[in-house]
Design a protein around this ligand. Structure first.
Ligand code: HEC
Length: 420
């Protein structure tokens, strides 16, 4: 009798286990996984794409299948820090729930390769150079070597320009010199040349800079992080590089390797093709005095500013340091209608960049741009650089904090003969 019960149970169990596999077709690498990797991963996980390994050949993907599944289920990959649906952002990277389920089924089914005939042709990626024939190329005077096992290193390089007039550029493309170690790059304008006087302190090219370049910047000229595209501004809009200005490159290097690696990153600029109607401007919304008490698990702030001239927001760049946890920015019109701009609910200092809007966001006079941000200064925060926690103040060093969003925008009422 007992044997029969056991047998029945066993049969039932087999039916349950076999059930779904029998009903749903097998997922194979060649048929389902390759297209998914091509669409969502290979932009970075290919040679020169900026990610630490390539996801192209079956053996390599098979080896990493568990990590791959974990990274997509937790939505760590593809990296995209902005909360989906909050702000109409360009180039959102996101797997659908169905795509995640496909990866899960592939791994659960033993991660088979499938028939060679099912495999699509390799995806072709445009050359690293987004701007084919740049009018101007700027780069640091010397290359920089990041030592073996250098971990994270933040370095600024100040470059003197020598144009005899103000220059306007409509597109910018930062091209990392060594994609194995460059994690992100910002190119900034230093009109007065203050950066020339910041000491290197170690005799190496450039100077150390973690959360900021060490002077008040006069604008941005481009940026890069893995997967980033060139900055192409709307027609008639251009970035100003004033005569005699310096351009400062802020580089975040990451070198966990056993060998030293050398980089010389460059900035390619395309001159504005026609008359410049609107200059790309920037402003910051946030707080520039902070005191985040030691041990405080959620220190929150609010900030805002009123729009005094009709404007259009083109891009946004949230900025906090290691203790940052969340930031939300929105615009409120005088009739109380709200336009979401960006929401990051799991801040990661390693994944910051400029987010461009699919269509520039028009804000009439009288609108408010509002921002909330929060930090975790408790001992439970694994990213807390102070052990035990200390009071943290506003500043640019690793142990300081910042809390603002830089906003790239144009004024609607600006005219061609008076773009400044
Ligand atoms: C925008 C560039 C980019 C895209 C797109 C991208 N990755 Fe990554 N990935 C990286 C970088 C850079 C790292 C190194 C770790 C880091 O810097 O966060 C990484 C690390 C990883 C890791 C190891 C770390 C971890 O989280 O376990 C896995 C696995 C991974 N990626 C899988 C994928 C998969 C699968 C996709 C597509 C669904 C994908 N990635 C898309 C840039 C990218």
């Amino acid at each position: 009798m007992r044997a029969i019960v056991l047998l029945v149970l066993l049969v039932l169990l087999c039916a349950v286990v076999a059930g779904p596999t029998a009903a749903t077709p097998e997922v194979t690498f060649n048929r389902e996984i390759v297209p998914l990797l091509q669409q969502h991963c290979q932009e970075c996980h290919r040679a020169g794409g900026g990610a630490p390994f390539v996801l192209e050949r079956y053996e390599h993907v098979y080896q990493r299948r568990d990590k791959i599944l974990e990274s997509v289920e937790k939505r760590h990959m593809p990296p995209w820090k902005a909360v989906s649906g909050y702000g109409d952002l360009l180039g959102e990277r996101r797997l659908s729930d169905a795509e995640i389920a496909t990866v899960a089924r592939w791994v659960a089914g033993g991660a088979p390769e499938g028939a060679p005939g099912d495999r699509p042709a390799p995806r072709k990626f445009a050359n690293a150079a987004g701007i084919a024939a740049p009018d101007v190329v700027l780069r640091p005077e010397q290359s920089f070597t990041v030592p073996a096992r250098g971990g994270d290193l933040y370095r600024c390089f100040s470059v003197q320009t020598s144009f005899d007039e103000d220059r306007y550029f409509s597109a910018a493309d930062v091209v990392p010199g060594n994609s194995k170690i460059v994690h992100h790059v910002l190119a900034m304008v230093d009109r007065e040349g203050h950066s020339a006087h910041i000491p290197s302190r170690d005799g190496l090219p450039g100077y150390p800079c973690f959360g900021g370049p060490g002077f008040r910047i006069d604008g941005y000229l481009g940026g890069w992080a893995p997967g980033a595209r060139p900055w192409i501004l709307p027609e008639g809009v251009a970035m100003l590089l004033p005569k005699g200005a310096r351009v400062v490159f802020q580089l975040h290097y990451h070198n966990p390797r056993l060998t030293a690696e050398t980089d010389r990153t460059e900035l390619r600029l395309r001159a504005a093709p026609g008359p410049v109607q609107r200059r790309l401007r920037f402003m910051r919304v946030g707080q520039f005095q902070l005191r985040i008490p030691a041990g405080e698990p959620r220190h929150a702030i609010e900030a805002g500013l009123v729009v005094g001239r009709p404007m259009r927001i083109i891009a946004i760049h949230p900025h906090m340091h290691l203790l940052g946890r969340e930031m939300k920015v929105w615009a409120k019109a005088s009739d109380d209608s709200v336009t979401p701009l960006i929401y990051i609910d799991d801040w990661d200092f390693n994944w910051q960049g400029f987010y461009f809007y699919r269509t520039p966001v028009a804000l009439p006079v009288g609108s408010w741009i509002e921002l909330t941000a929060a930090w975790d200064n408790s001992a439970a925060n694994p990213r807390n650089p102070n052990k035990p926690p200390r009071n943290v103040y506003w500043g640019e060093r690793t142990v300081d904090e910042m809390g603002h969003a830089a906003i790239l925008y144009t004024f609607e009422d600006e005219t061609a003969d008076q773009p400044r």
